[in-house]
Design a protein around this ligand. Structure first.
Ligand SMILES: *[C@@H]1O[C@H](CO)[C@@H](O)[C@H](O)[C@H]1NC(C)=O
Ligand SMILES: *[C@@H]1O[C@H](CO)[C@@H](O)[C@H](O)[C@H]1NC(C)=O
Length: 394
């Protein structure tokens, strides 16, 4: 019977999920970072480690890369660094731009370092031209480095550069940088920067990629983010009405099978995008995506082995089906928001999706109340007989 399931109803899941989305940790991403002095960058990346962010724009006609790197020193009074490594992928050989707060002047200052090796880190001009270097202290304790870089021709031709970033605990009076930690987050702070990634105005490569990302976003938002929740709501609420049986079942199955078909297409575009962007891996988004695909595939195939209503194993099948269903519901919506944060489209898209989810949640709350009212009414009318006569799926 409908509300007596021991599993949390969608409305509760929805509230839980909403708390998760609103929490500050989830919303702290590059797309919400603003700069003073009208610095606006069309692209931004939440770098995969050390809570660091790169905002950039790239002009391929004159190979000029304009960056804003934001990170928080590992201790107050420490330093942050962003580097291009023209020849290798790690720290050795990297051409670094470093910022820290000067203790005597109180102002953030920026220096360049040629990290020839781990033991030789000296202030030095870089192997390529850098101008408009600036550092800024931000109100949340982070620092920002701004710079414009003339990308060397060979790197510009490949469209990819190796980037390395780092944060350290302090700076000596002589300007010597204190050693950073060597834990996993520090060692993983490197990747490939796709200069045309997400670029919407210059270069067909950038346009093409953006188009693919948008297609990926729309397919997945529609399937995992809207159709799956809608299908779950149909299963839970429509069948309260006896006259809707078995129509609700076909509606539910139709909704979820369509969602699955669209979702698999969206998932495949995601895999393609992932394979094309070596270096920057959005591992949480990718892992949730893979989990969703697995869970949904099991759901679709389990449809064929569904025991009959009165079979003794039907209860177990129901428990499994509902757990997987709710997991897909929550993970799907979370992943749509993760994807929105990565793609950072115009704000209206995120707002539009939030409105859809709020509306679905509100409708669920209302239907949840109606369902309970209907069930209580039935219970008082035929108190001797349980409702398993009509009740099928649960
Ligand atoms: C490259 O072009 C941009 C915009 O057209 C300009 O702002 C920038 O100064 C140019 N860079 C160089 C090195 O000429
Ligand atoms: C701080 O600024 C002063 C004045 O510009 C400069 O002489 C000094 O070297 C700076 N300190 C460090 C640690 O960079």
């Amino acid at each position: 019977m409908v509300p007596s399931s021991s599993l949390p109803p969608p409305a509760v899941m929805w509230l839980f999920f909403w708390a998760l989305i609103i929490s500050p940790a989830a919303s702290l991403t590059c797309s919400s970072q603003k700069f003073t002095q009208n610095h606006v960058y069309p692209n931004c990346l939440d770098l995969p480690s050390l809570s660091s962010y790169l905002h950039f724009s790239y002009d391929s006609t004159n190979t000029t890369l304009s960056v804003a790197f934001v990170a928080t020193p590992s201790k107050s009074g420490g330093w942050i660094a962003w580097a291009i490594n023209p020849k290798a992928t790690g720290m050795a050989g990297s051409q670094s731009i470093v910022a820290y707060k000067n203790t005597s002047t109180g102002a953030a200052q920026v220096l360049t370092f040629d990290v020839a090796s781990y033991s030789s880190i000296l202030p030095k001009d870089l192997s390529f031209e850098v101008w408009d270097k600036k550092a800024e202290s931000r109100s949340d304790g982070s620092l920002a480095i701004f710079a414009k870089i003339k990308v060397p021709a060979d790197l510009a031709a490949s469209g990819r550069i190796n980037q390395v970033w780092q944060v350290g605990p302090g700076v000596g009076a002589d300007g010597m940088l204190e050693k950073h930690d060597f834990v996993a987050a520090n060692l993983q702070a490197k990747g490939t920067l796709d200069l045309k990634g997400g670029q919407s105005t210059t270069g067909s490569g950038g346009n093409d990629k953006l188009k693919k990302k948008n297609i990926h976003g729309v397919l997945n938002a529609v399937s995992w983010g809207i159709l799956f929740p809608l299908g779950a709501m149909i299963a839970r609420y429509i069948r309260t009405f006896e006259s809707a049986d078995p129509a609700w079942f076909y509606l539910h199955a139709f909704c979820q099978v369509s969602a699955y078909a669209i979702g698999v297409a969206g998932w495949a575009t995601g895999l393609k995008l992932g394979s094309e962007s070596s270096g920057i891996t959005y591992s949480t988004h990718r892992n949730i995506g893979i989990a969703l695909f697995v869970l949904a595939t099991v759901q679709i195939f389990a449809l064929f082995v569904r025991p009959k209503k009165d079979h003794k194993y039907r209860l177990y099948w129901n428990i499994y089906h509902h757990s997987f269903g709710y997991a897909i519901l929550v993970l799907g919506i979370i992943n749509v928001f993760k994807g929105l944060n990565i793609l950072s489209p115009e704000h209206k898209w995120k707002t539009a999706y939030m409105i859809v989810i709020i509306a679905l949640g509100a409708i669920s709350l209302l239907l949840e109340a109606i369902t309970w009212a209907v069930v209580f009414k039935r219970r008082s009318q035929k108190s001797t007989k349980p409702y398993d006569g009509y009740n099928d799926g649960n």
